[in-house]
Design a protein around this ligand. Sequence first.
Ligand SMILES: C[S@@+](CC[C@H](N)C(=O)[O-])C[C@H]1O[C@@H](n2cnc3c(N)ncnc32)[C@H](O)[C@@H]1O
Length: 222
Amino acid sequence: MSNQTWVFPKSMREYLHTFGVRESPAAAALRSRTAELGRISAMQICPEQGALMALLAHSIQAQRALEIGTFTGYSALVVAEALPPDGQLLTCDVSEDWTAIAKAHWQKAGVADRIELRLGPAVDTLHELVHSGQGRSFDFAFIDADKENYEKYYESAYRLVRPSGLICIDNVFWGGSVADQSQSDASVEAIRRVTRQVHSDERVDAVIVPVGDGLMIARKRH
Ligand SMILES: C[S@@+](CC[C@H](N)C(=O)[O-])C[C@H]1O[C@@H](n2cnc3c(N)ncnc32)[C@H](O)[C@@H]1O
């Protein structure tokens, strides 16, 4: 988890935030509110990652987006801002408390009518979406929840996203632990597995972008 691009010193991050991002006042207000939660606020994506994902969603003219891991709603807000007024973002989480903050800020940002929150284990929500005939109906997906389920989330997202749609996978650096062979906890192993899985998946084009805590972007070929 990281609410900042960890490879940069503070001065460069400030420069990046000033000239690399056009953050809406509503998104900035949600970042300030989330910062009040203390250390846990590091779960939020950084503004430059949000700007990148919004630009990607906009570039592919996304109408329908899927998110796994809402937290206080920052990534959902910035992607929803990039959707057309009749666009829809479906986001999954298990926490009523954190998503209550999200809902209040989506309302203030004027994007609440574009966002549907599904509370419950995301594995179940995605299973239900796949088996209710919603395959290939999403343009954009963002995976940012419990790492142990990332492989399942990726496979479900692959089924739910249309050809030429994008799947973004967060935290593929895990603070650099992925390249440190002395690290072997469940999260780092899960991230290594999904990274190998996507890298060798001939059904997608894929790249890792060193933004935030590492963002892997896969484009579904067919
Ligand atoms: C890293 S945070 C998401 C950050 C968010 N994308 C943002 O930028 O603000 C991960 C979220 O995943 C949620 N989560 C953890 N396990 C989950 C599960 N099994 N199903 C759905 N959500 C889960 C947590 O409650 C938490 O809010």
